[in-house]
Design a protein around this ligand. Structure first.
Ligand code: FAD
Ligand code: MLT
Ligand code: ZN
Length: 444
């Protein structure tokens, strides 16, 4: 029998209360368009549960009726995975009310956090307890811990601390059926079969809805921030590699990205070079380690740090604000030995009529470039060509943002047929009716 939208809204309201179910188009508007504005869909309703029992009841109800469910955190994802597409008949399940923050264990640095808590809130909580959180990214004020686990987020400290999955000790999650799985004991050792917690890291809302996360915090470290100007990616790598083993961050920005930030913020670009790098080093820098460099400076205090980090972190926002046309955002990684060649191949390829606002920037020592450009009208064949070029170098079509709707058609470039079949088998086992985030990760 076809699903009756009013009946769905009534059933959801019985579970979470009428005030936590939105169904008017204007109220749902912000939940059905992604951060880039490129993915815009519709939904039967947006439901905002306040506890795991409510998430479980919503999923059991949707499962029984075959209603697709799109889990959503801060909606800062950059691959379209957090919103339904047009005519989806889906329910958006927003986790933002589930933002609890448990006490930090003073001995272990473990903390339990609701999936809907923002990264910024966790950072304050950890800081107040004398700890720090290992992952940081510019979307921190809105990005949620659940979304960051679901995307296995990266950010600026991967070179020092690893990605999100490395900070995760356990999760509580609700399967498509409504059943709850929970591994929140924080055990250092537990070899009892498949690691379902790690399976959920990077699953992009396709295997379960994460409701709570147990995280390992780290001790804050003092660092020095180097800003250097360089003429090539090769030179950037050679400077950053001097500090391997001590790196807390190593980022690269091209001239066009910095020009856009400078236009938006008024910050003066330090050097006249093609690239700038930010290299954050744990501990002190020995005298002489930088004296051979022509274009280099250290951040002298916290306001200089903030200024230099803004040059890097505000590129995404500056390109969104200053570019015109359809924006293309790719997120690729290649072996470091190929990074310089891949940079040159991508920029040469994109130097063609109809392509504007080309900016490459990203996480240098992770071999991870974010590739931004605009076209008008849309032309996805350019994205495909860049991704194929990356695959030819043994790279990944998604370094840290995930596959989402954006790259589902291209998954075969980074994963073999047997790997995709195994992943589909896992999906079918955990979500046999395919209600969780259909169209994300796999083509239908
Ligand atoms: P959403 O966007 O809401 O969702 C993302 C995906 O996770 C979707 O597939 C959704 O269905 C799923 N999901 C969300 N919550 C849950 C849940 N509780 N259970 C199951 N599935 C869920 N990313 C990086 O990796 N590194 C960066 O450096 C970085 N910088 C960014 C800078 C800016 C300015 C912006 C706007 C984004 C940036 N991002 C970055 C992308 C984004 O912030 C991350 O992907 C983040 O992890 C998404 O969190 P979210 O809560 O917004 O998730
Ligand atoms: C970043 O590192 O700033 C991001 O991942 C955001 C982007 O790719 O635009
Ligand atoms: Zn990034």
């Amino acid at each position: 029998m076809p699903v009756q939208p009013d009946a769905v809204v009534d059933q959801l309201a019985r579970i979470v209360g009428a005030e936590q179910v939105l169904s008017a188009p204007d109220l749902m508007a912000a939940f059905v368009v992604d951060w880039t504005g490129r993915y815009r869909g519709d939904a039967l309703a947006v439901v905002r549960p306040g506890c795991v029992a409510e998430v479980s009841a919503v999923l059991a109800m949707c499962s029984a009726s075959g209603i697709p469910v799109v889990p959503q955190g801060g909606n800062t994802g950059l691959v379209g995975g957090s919103v339904p597409l047009a005519n989806s008949g889906a329910v958006v399940l927003s986790l933002t009310r589930m933002n609890s923050m448990g006490p930090v264990d003073p001995v272990t640095g473990h903390v339990s956090v609701g999936a809907g808590a923002t990264l910024a809130a966790l950072q304050v909580h950890a800081h107040d307890a004398g700890w720090s959180f290992g992952v940081d990214l510019a979307g921190r004020d809105s990005a949620t811990i659940g979304g960051m686990v679901a995307t296995n987020a990266g950010g600026i400290h991967v070179v020092g601390n690893g990605m999100m999955r490395k900070q995760v000790l356990g999760v509580e999650a609700v399967l498509a059926s409504g059943e709850v799985i929970r591994s929140m004991s924080g055990l250092a050792k537990n070899n009892t079969g498949y690691d379902l917690t790690q399976l959920l890291c990077g699953s992009e809302g396709t295997l379960g809805v994460i409701t709570e996360v147990s995280l390992q915090l780290i001790r804050p470290r003092s660092t020095e921030l180097i800003v250097a100007g360089c003429d090539s990616v090769e030179q950037a790598l050679s400077i950053a590699s001097r500090f391997i083993g001590k790196l807390a961050a190593a980022e690269i920005m091209d001239r066009a990205g910095l020009d856009a930030v400078s236009r938006v913020t008024g910050i003066v670009i330090p050097f006249p070079t093609a690239f700038h790098i930010l290299v954050e080093v744990n501990g002190d820098i020995a005298p002489g380690e930088l004296e051979d460099l022509e274009h280099v400076t250290l951040a002298m205090d916290s306001s200089e740090r903030t200024k230099y980090w803004a040059l890097r972190e505000r590129i995404t926002e500056a390109m969104a604000a200053t570019s015109v046309g359809v924006s293309h955002k790719l997120d690729i990684s290649v072996p470091l030995s190929d990074l310089d060649a891949v940079y040159r191949e991508i920029t040469t390829y994109l130097d063609q009529p109809g392509v504007r606002d080309v900016v490459l920037f990203g996480h240098l020592m992770d071999g991870n470039f974010h590739v931004f450009f605009t076209t008008d009208p849309d032309d996805t064949s350019l994205d495909a060509a860049v991704l194929e070029l990356v695959a030819a170098h043994g790279g990944s079509i998604s370094a840290e943002h995930g596959v989402g709707h954006m790259k589902a058609d291209h998954l075969h470039l980074s994963r073999s047929a047997p790997e995709i079949a195994a992943m589909r088998g896992i999906k079918a086992a955990l979500d046999p009716k395919g209600i969780l985030n259909p169209g994300v990760l796999f083509t239908r």
